[in-house]
Design a binder for this molecule. Structure first.
Ligand SMILES: Cc1ncc(COP(=O)(O)O)c(C=O)c1O
Length: 435
């Protein structure tokens, strides 16, 4: 049955059926499978179009990479130019790879050296291995509600059900018990809890992984004293502090969110928006740590990857950085983000709907609840049915917000003032029906 009467989807359905014959579940990543099947044939700027000809204003942004807008001409031209150069040789280095590392070092406050990978999960995996390799310790600390990619070590306690809070909540069958045992999950924004976890495992913690802003649960801002406290604890106990800036890196500034916090991690991981939709990821950090990767002579932490520093991703990242360097994209996307957040809050307040319009910079997430949000546990009060209902109704009006609860929305440089005002008008219409 078509739950969106105004949006035909017979072609998407047919393709989903065909896909299901040869691709498990018909999609190539678990979070791409939605109740209503979608198949796409066009994207440009702030808009995407499905194979049934429905055009949507896109706030999903492919889970975050699209910062400049879909099919950005400058990025695509740089990629096209790269296709005329060396494709891949597989030894040595290209000047483009050097330029990318130089740009990361120039812009990201904690970056003294950088290595390039293809995906965020590879980057966080390598940061785990490096932290363990240099400290000789096994255990990791992560926070309830954060996501750091698909590998065994950190795939735990993300969107946990209430009864799983405070317990080990691995994300997948097949994860090694050893990996689960060695990952300690702590309440976010709770420094005492971190201190207690370190005290319970003296000399055993290799790294603390922090999603600079936990955006996998919308937008929960870290308290400044919490982040500063993490830095102090890591220094005191010889723990490697890793900021996972896979979402925040370049989306919130060329220096990542660490530049706003004024706190330097030891290692930083970035992906998604750094190449505006092309595969590229980075691990950057302190020189003494980075020199322990086996790319350096004597480095004892093995690192490899046929596609590391691939010319397409590298060219896309360099073009993305070039487009961001004058700051105008941030001025625009932050301004539109602010207008969206305050506009949504004003509408909800006026209509008497319990809603917190959360977000930062270009990111906005309406939570359907009262009170404040300091950590994932607070989001258990979110009204999931209303949240998903709101998003689904927005989609029906041609505004694409991922129809899953507490997920973030993204504004790109291609969104206009008029797009945002239209979104607010539609939101008002939808919210009125939800009173
Ligand atoms: C904070 C964070 N870290 C790591 C990852 C993994 O990145 P990728 O999907 O590119 O492997 C993600 C993906 O959503 C993420 O949000």
């Amino acid at each position: 049955m078509n739950a969106h009467p105004k949006m035909p989807n017979s072609h998407s359905q047919a393709l989903a059926k065909r896909a299901g014959q040869v691709i498990p579940g018909g999609v190539n990543s678990a979070t791409r499978r939605l109740a209503r099947p979608y198949s796409w044939d066009w994207a440009e700027g702030a808009y995407i179009r499905d194979v049934d000809g429905n055009t949507y204003l896109d706030y999903h942004a492919a889970f975050g990479p699209i910062l400049l807008g879909h099919n950005h001409p400058g990025v695509n031209a740089a990629v096209a130019e790269a296709l005329h150069g060396v494709d891949m040789v597989g030894v040595g280095v290209t000047e483009a790879e050097i330029r990318l590392a130089e740009k990361v070092v120039e812009h990201v406050p904690s970056a003294e050296m950088a290595l390039t990978f293809s995906s965020g999960s590879e980057a966080t995996y390598m940061a785990v291995r490096l932290a363990r390799g240099v400290t000789g310790r096994s255990k990791l600390i992560k926070f309830q509600g954060t996501f750091h990619g698909w590998h065994d070590y950190l795939l735990m306690n993300i969107i946990s059900s209430p009864e799983k809070i405070g317990q080990k909540d691995p994300g997948s069958a097949g994860q090694l018990q050893d990996a689960i045992d060695n990952t300690i999950v702590v309440r976010f924004n709770d420094l005492d809890a971190v201190e207690a976890a370190i005290a319970a495992h003296p000399g055993e913690i290799a790294a603390i992984f922090l999603e600079a802003i936990p955006h996998n649960i919308g937008c929960v801002l870290p308290r400044q004293d919490f982040v500063e406290g993490l830095r102090r604890l890591c220094d005191e106990h010889g723990i490697v502090l890793v900021f996972d800036e896979v979402i925040t890196g370049f989306r919130h500034g060329l220096g990542g969110y660490q530049a706003k916090l004024g706190v330097k991690p030891d290692l930083t991981t970035m992906a998604k928006a750094i190449a505006n939709g092309y595969p590229c990821a980075v691990v950057a950090g302190r020189r003494d740590l980075m020199m322990q990767f086996s790319t350096a002579p004597g480095g004892k932490v093995f690192v490899g990857g046929t596609y590391n520093g691939h010319p397409v991703g590298t060219a896309a990242a360099l073009a993305t950085i070039a487009a961001l360097e004058d700051g105008s994209v941030y001025e625009r996307t932050f301004r539109l983000g602010e207008r969206m957040r305050t506009g949504l809050q004003e509408i909800a307040d006026r209509l008497g709907i319990a809603m917190i319009s959360a977000g930062y910079g270009s990111v906005f997430t309406p939570y359907f609840m009262d009170g404040t949000v300091e950590r994932y546990e607070d989001l258990l009060r979110n009204d999931t049915a209303r949240d998903v209902g709101f998003r689904s109704a927005m989609i029906e009006h041609g505004i694409f917000m991922l129809p899953l609860a507490i997920k973030r929305n993204h504004i790109s440089a291609a969104h206009s003032e008029a797009d945002v005002e239209r979104t607010l008008d539609v939101a008002e219409t939808v919210l009125k029906t939800m009173r």
